[in-house]
Design a binder for this molecule. Structure first.
Ligand code: FEO
Ligand code: CA
Ligand code: CA
Length: 627
């Protein structure tokens, strides 16, 4: 949940007019030149009107909903796979609405499931690795977080991290195998190695780890990635709120850039666990904000924090093997005015020897994206990747960077130093399965042009952006390792029933029937359908009237058509998606139904505690999802 309705100030109206006056938003010329570059520009109403029967999508759209239900298209069914607190092991109690606890949680499915990946073993056996991003204290504790104890903090820590699940297909339906051989909980206290250029750096050393090579735990694991060698990547996002300073000591600027404060956030871990107290452990926050690699096939394996990928509030990690054989990882940093990144491995991917790829993510070059404004204010233009390497582009001791380790630990400062573009909260990145084109959700940014000095231009064209957009880029010569790219906007989310004739109505592929706000999770299936999940304002009023609960949509990247595929229960976010290789089963996450004590009892109904859940979607006729 991130966006809130706001009165439109004169200053806001002025910004809108200014942005309109320099744009030929719906103009034929802009549409034609965009069409010459991408198959079709969804920014042209004329073109979009001609594309209402996508050959990729065969399902009937679902209407917006405010029901406390998970609603899929006609001919589809949705069943519950697992919910927060379900036991992974026979020795562990199932979730209790009244007295669940740390000990039980250690062997139960974690809370707030987010990104996930499906690892097929064979046609009927598989592993599902799922992030457990955070908790809702208001649902977890009778005191709703107002009276946290050390024991409560332990419970919360056990609910975070990653759950690795053994799945089996029985009677055509994927189910959890209790005590399955891959079942594992990784939480905020699981030992993990720190590898790559920042491993062992002084800024990563703590009293408990004098070498700076081994951290405890991972938390606020937002979205994910999957390597071609069969490992899972879990991405640490909003790590700042878990830390505080009981002595109210000063927070160094480099930490403040990540939102670390003396008073700490809502989690209050620093008051009960000295590891999170900067008075005791000033370097502990530097050990979070990384991407962690997990081998889901080996429950004994130690997860590894890959520092070469940089430290920021990671959303997901989208991996592509470039034509050159280098591994390219695209990554968003989800905060208003932060950046979009790319990593290119030094070594090449070896498809004949999976073990040889194991440390491919330890050496390579990190870049930040710079987008250039389109000519005449068109919503498309050029861009380039700026290198974040020590000694280059001003990343020198004079500017506060003493080594590559420091560039990576302070990746945000490095990105500012080289002039990366400040974006409207980069969330997930998804690369097309067969074309060299990449998409990134920019979920929203209420501050743009209002509380910050960032111009509303380029791929972030709206001041006070409540709705979000999806930018896409095509790397130069179709090579993901290239220095440059061409960008355009695939969609500007908006509300054409509230706003007309300006950018807040949304782009031409947004209608009263498919509108949404705050695109977040995205991913392609093998057939080239783009799936879009939302984490937006579900008030269904004001700017968001008619948009209902959070939802998942399907888009045809060629025609620009977008169709609503499902709607989630009350006060949830829809996040996390994984397909089986045959594309006949889709796993989708329902996160925090009933947050802030909103009226939800999903998925069990009655008076039960609402619980985050993973849903399994199939077609009644057994067909390919979406087709
Ligand atoms: Fe955890 Fe950016 O969403
Ligand atoms: Ca997200
Ligand atoms: Ca989000």
């Amino acid at each position: 949940m991130s966006s809130h309705s706001r009165e439109q100030t004169p200053e806001f109206t002025q910004l809108v007019e200014k942005s309109l006056s320099r744009r030929r938003f719906l103009g034929g010329a802009a549409a034609l030149s965009a069409a010459a570059f991408f198959t079709v520009s969804p920014l042209s109403r004329a073109v979009a009107a001609a594309t209402q029967s996508s050959p990729l999508m065969g399902f009937e759209p679902v209407a917006a909903s405010t029901e406390d239900a998970f609603i899929v298209p006609k001919g589809y069914k949705a069943e519950r796979l697992i919910s927060w607190g379900d036991a992974l092991f026979g020795s562990v109690p199932e979730f209790s609405d009244s007295d669940n606890n740390a000990q039980a949680q250690a062997g139960q499915f974690g809370d707030n499931n987010d990104g996930m990946s499906f690892f097929a073993i064979d046609d009927n056996n598989a592993i599902l690795a799922v992030n457990n991003e955070y908790c809702n204290y208001e649902l977890m504790f009778p005191h709703q977080g107002d009276n946290m104890s050390a024991e409560d903090v332990k419970y919360a820590q056990a609910a975070h991290g990653v759950s690795v699940l053994t799945l089996k297909k029985d009677n055509g339906r994927w189910q959890l195998v209790k005590d399955g051989k891959y079942n594992r909980r990784i939480d905020a206290n699981t030992p993990m190695a720190i590898s790559g250029p920042a491993s062992g750096h002084a800024l990563l050393k703590t009293a408990a780890d004098a070498k700076g090579e081994q951290a405890l735990g991972t938390f606020n694991n937002c979205a994910n990635g999957m390597t071609p060698w069969g490992t899972y990547l879990t991405c640490e996002e909003n790590f700042h709120g878990y830390f505080g300073h009981t002595g109210n000591g000063e927070i160094p600027a480099a930490m403040a850039r990540y939102g670390i404060s003396a008073e700490g956030g809502r989690w209050q871990w620093h008051q009960h666990d000295a590891r999170f107290d900067l008075a005791e452990n000033p370097n502990e926050p530097n050990r979070f904000g990384w991407i962690v690699e997990i081998d889901p096939h080996n429950p004994e394996s130690m997860p590894v924090k890959r520092t070469a990928l940089g430290r920021f509030k990671h959303e997901n990690a989208e991996l592509v093997v470039a034509d050159s054989g280098h591994l390219v990882v695209y990554m968003g940093d989800d905060e208003r005015g932060e950046h979009l990144y790319r990593f290119v491995s030094k070594g090449k991917y070896n498809s004949d020897d999976m073990a040889a790829n194991r440390n491919l993510l330890d050496e390579g070059t990190l870049y930040v994206a710079k987008f250039y404004e389109g000519e005449g204010g068109e919503l498309k233009g050029k861009g380039e990747w700026l290198e974040l390497s020590f000694g280059k582009n001003g990343l020198t001791p004079e500017n506060g960077f003493a080594s590559q380790a420091e560039v990576l630990i302070h990746a945000r400062l490095a990105a500012t130093q080289v002039g990366g573009t400040t974006m409207d909260r980069p969330e997930w990145v998804a690369a097309h399965p067969s074309e060299p084109v990449v998409f990134c959700t920019l979920t929203n940014n209420k501050n743009r042009g209002i509380k910050d000095n960032q111009p509303a231009d380029g791929p972030n064209p709206r001041a006070e952006n409540h709705y979000g957009q999806i930018v896409r880029w095509r790397p130069e010569n179709g090579q993901h390792t290239a220095a440059g790219f061409d960008w355009d906007l695939f969609v500007l989310a908006g509300n054409p029933t509230v706003h007309q004739g300006n950018l807040y109505a949304g782009s031409a592929n947004i209608t009263a029937d498919n509108m949404f706000n705050s695109p977040d999770g995205i991913g392609f299936d093998k057939g080239g359908r783009l799936w879009i999940q939302t984490d937006g304002n579900y008030s269904n009023s004001g700017d968001f009237a008619g948009q209902g609960n959070n939802q998942m949509l399907c888009a045809d990247p060629d025609t620009g058509e977008i169709r609503r595929f499902l709607t989630g229960p009350v006060a949830c976010e829809i996040t996390g998606l994984a397909f089986t290789p045959d594309q006949r089963t889709l796993f989708v996450g329902v996160q925090h139904p009933g947050e802030k004590l909103a009226k939800s009892h999903f998925p069990f109904g009655g008076n039960r505690t609402p619980r985050s859940s993973v849903m399994v979607i199939t077609r009644e006729d057994g067909g390919v999802i979406g087709a």
